[in-house]
Structures are given as structure tokens and as C-alpha cells.
Design a binder for this molecule. Structure first.
Ligand code: LLP
Length: 425
């Protein structure tokens, strides 16, 4: 069930009319639903109950402290890709012992910070990275828990920019090199080889490629066990898609996917793994926060053109980069429905780039001053925002029933140049 619904012709987040939020807090503003967030997380957590499993939310999708805090209180761990993200987890009250650290370019300083804070595991992407982690751990008198991100070469059938598990990808260790890389890792004195992971891509509507990748990881776990390298966890990555409202995407429900992962793992453990326990880790991002948020914007002008009609809004590519970056189709709905007949518009922002568009060829009944909502904007929305054109980033609010909480104030222009210095000759 969606927590963004029309009630008497007005789009609401839970019990709050979005028109009220626009009036009280201005636009552009990201609005998140707490109920939707918790429901999505429960889709993972419920089938994990009573099992050795951990849901490490991929916080790159949305890293607002209020969101992290809510998830941490539900028992979530976190998948991070920078020292900055680790500091955010800690600031939100998350447990570093439930953090896994992904990414191809971890610096020595980030590795030291993660070791100092006692993270659960480094997801390692190359041999030079293994050596770097070993060196830093040695210097600190510690042992670093590591997993190898293996590239299972499974086609996730998604947009090339967000497919990550293919041979040509910069991510992970090639499947054919995995055993040799594990042998190298096992010999390094300051590493504990504890797991295996993969992440094949994002916005996957079908779970077949995800399960195929899991099968390949299981194959490697068996081959490693035969050499005396015993792993304690298998991390299946993230990637489950959401319904963006195109009419074509109907993703497999979260809990079905999670249950299918457990069915696979249980069958294998009984048959080949001697019943030995293994922890299962998930790294979902979009499927937890995507449909949790909308981006509110106001119509500034309607501009008829020779070939196209433009609806100029106050949000732009700096607020929401997905359309221009990936040609992503994002649904746009009027907050207050009008009876007048619809006109086909391109929805564009005020940024000085032809690529500054949010939606194309949309039939909308709108007038200047109307508020529109870009739906399913909770993942990779605010976190990918920039200050291009010295535009302050949007405000973020969290709705809980009939309550509205400001969880990030709108940035002022003065905030944007506060770190800059004029050089006086
Ligand atoms: N784990 C790793 C190692 C990842 O690289 C990612 C996402 C995830 C987990 C979470 O994937 P998810 O469950 O959200 O699909 N900005 C793009 C998506 C980039 C995904 C990057 N990696 C977009 O807006 O579509």
C-alpha cells in the first residue's frame, strides 16, 4: 500500500496534505513518509527474524540522519562507501559493528577510521586494496575483517549506468580470479577472511539475476571450503527495483525475494555445507527509500514553444539528477487535481543547461503557482543533489501520521559560499 494517496482531490503523505507542506515550508522540498520507510524495511526484516541475517541499508540512496536513525532503531546495519558515510552512521546512533564498507577506492585514512570504529567488514574490490588494508591494520595492531566483492558476470538487464556485475565493470574481482585472490588474502597476516559479496546492478525488477549471482557465490564458498578457507557470511548485495509508475515495472515484492534467498541458502547448507551456519547479508538501498519520498515543486511559468510546451518549475537537475543522468522516467502528479483539460509539457527547471529537464511529454492540467509532486524520489534524489548555479539544496521533511518534522533545512546561498575566501593581493 502506498502512503502517498489522493484524499478529496489532494495528494497526501500519510494524513498530511502536500499542499500544506508546500505552503509552510516552500518548494522544492523532499517529503518522506515514515510509515512507508518502516513498511519497506519490514519487507526485509520480517523474513530475517530468527535467522542469522543482517540488512545493511545502502545509505548512498538517502543518508539523512533522521532516516538512518529510524532504520538503526529497527536493527538495520549500513552499507557505506566513504568515511563520511561512516561518520553519518555514528552521528545517527547506528552501530559501527553492523557496518560494511564497499567501494573501489578506499583511502588509507578511511580504512584507519573504519578499523578504529570496529566495522563488521570491508568489501574488498582489488588485490592492491587487500594490501592497503593489511598494511593499515598491521600499523594499528589490528586484524581487518574482509570479504571479496566478486563479479559474477550475470546480466542484470538494467540501465548500463547502474549495471555493475558485468566483466567490463570497474567493480569487484573477476569470478575467474576469485579463488587466487582469496588465497592471497588468506596469507596476509593482518586480515581475517570472513565473507563473500557481490552487487550486480540496481533497479532489477526480476530477482532471477540476483538468485543466479547467489548461486555463483555459493559455488565459490564450496570451492574455498575445499581449500580450508571457511567463510562466515554471504552478502547478496542490493539491487531490487521499485515501481516508478511507468506501467511496465512491477518489481518482485521484497519479502518474496528475501524468502527465495533463504530457500536457496537453506537447501545448499543442508545438501553441501554440512548444515553449518552462514550469515546472510542484504545491501538494499532503493527498495527501502525509493517510494518513501516525493519531491515537491511549484510551477513558475507555462511557456508555449514552437515544437514543445514547457512547464518551468522551481526544482531542477541539481535537485534531482536521475532524469538527465539516466534518462530515468519519473512520475509527476499534481498535488491538487484540476478539472481543466491537460496539455502536454516538458517539465524543466531554471538551470542553464539543455539537460535540465525532469520529465518529458507529460499531459498535465496545471497553472502557474500549482504544486507538483515527483513520485518515488526518495532514493538517489537528495543524495545526488548539487549546488550548481549556486542553488541551495532543497529542504527535507518527514511525515509521521499527521505530524511534519523538518529533518534538513533548506540551504541558503550564504551557506554555499561560507567556506570560500577572497584573495586580497
Ligand atoms: N551495494 C552496493 C555495493 C552498491 O553499489 C549499491 C548501489 C547498493 C548496494 C544499493 O543498490 P540499490 O538497492 O539501491 O539498487 N544513482 C543510481 C543508482 C546507483 C546505484 C549505485 N550502487 C540511480 O539513481 O538509479
Amino acid at each position: 500500500m502506498s502512503h502517498f494517496t489522493y484524499q478529496d482531490g489532494v495528494l497526501h503523505a500519510e494524513r498530511v496534505p502536500l499542499s500544506r507542506i508546500a505552503t509552510e515550508h516552500g518548494t522544492p522540498t523532499y517529503v518522506y513518509s515514515k510509515a512507508q520507510l518502516l513498511e519497506n524495511f519490514a519487507g526485509y526484516a520480517r523474513p530475517c527474524a530468527g535467522r542469522d541475517a543482517l540488512v545493511c541499508y545502502a545509505m548512498k540512496a538517502n543518508s539523512n540522519l533522521a532516516i538512518l536513525d529510524l532504520l538503526a532503531r529497527q536493527g538495520a546495519g549500513f552499507d557505506i562507501v566513504s568515511g563520511g558515510e561512516l561518520l553519518r552512521v555514528i552521528a545517527a546512533g547506528g552501530d559501527p559493528g553492523k557496518v560494511i564498507f564497499s567501494g573501489v577506492g578506499k583511502t588509507a585514512a578511511e580504512i584507519a577510521l573504519a578499523l578504529e570504529k570496529g566495522i563488521l567488514c570491508f568489501n574488498v574490490e582489488s588485490i592492491p586494496e587487500l594490501h592497503r588494508i593489511n598494511e593499515v591494520a598491521g600499523r594499528m595492531g589490528k586484524r581487518a575483517p574482509i570479504s571479496l566483492r566478486v563479479n559474477p558476470n550475470v546480466d542484470p538487464k538494467t540501465h548500463p549506468y547502474i549495471a555493475t556485475g558485468l566483466k567490463a565493470s570497474k567493480f569487484g574481482v573477476a569470478f575467474s580470479d576469485a579463488l587466487a585472490t582469496y588465497r592471497t588474502a588468506a596469507e596476509l597476516p593482518h586480515l581475517d577472511v570472513v565473507g563473500i559479496d557481490c552487487h550486480i546492478g540496481s533497479q532489477l525488477l526480476d530477482d532471477a539475476p540476483l538468485l543466479e549471482a547467489l548461486d555463483k557465490l555459493i559455488e565459490l564458498i564450496d570451492a574455498l571450503a575445499a581449500e580450508g578457507i571457511h567463510l562466515h557470511h554471504v552478502d547478496v548485495g542490493g539491487g531490487l527495483g521499485i515501481d516508478y509508475g511507468t506501467g511496465e515495472d512491477s518489481p518482485v515484492p521484497i519479502s518474496h525475494y528475501v524468502e527465495r534467498v533463504f530457500a536457496r541458502v537453506d537447501a545448499w547448507r543442508a545438501e553441501k555445507h554440512g548444515g553449518r551456519p552462514i550469515k546472510v547479508i542484504f545491501e538494499p538501498g532503493r527498495s527501502i527509500v525509493g517510494n518513501t519520498g516525493v519531491l515537491l515543486m511549484s510551477v513558475e511559468f507555462l511557456k508555449p514553444g514552437e515544437e514543445k510546451n514547457f512547464c518551468v518549475v522551481d526544482a531542477a537537475m541539481n535537485d534531482m539528477a536521475r532524469p538527465t543522468l539516466y534518462q530515468a522516467w519519473m512520475d509527476v502528479k499534481p498535488v491538487v487535481q484540476r478539472d481543466s483539460s491537460a496539455v502536454t509539457y516538458d517539465l524543466v527547471g531554471p538551470v542553464c543547461e539543455s539537460g535540465d529537464w525532469l520529465a518529458r511529454d507529460r499531459a498535465l492540467a496545471v497553472e502557474p503557482g500549482d504544486v507538483l509532486a515527483m513520485m518515488a524520489a526518495g532514493a538517489y534524489g537528495f543524495t545526488m543533489a548539487s549546488n550548481y548555479n549556486t542553488r541551495g539544496r532543497a529542504a527535507e521533511v518527514l511525515v509521521d501520521g499527521d505530524q511534519v518534522h523538518m529533518i534538513r533545512k533548506r540551504e541558503n546561498p550564504a551557506d554555499l559560499f561560507a567556506l570560500e575566501t577572497i584573495v586580497k593581493a
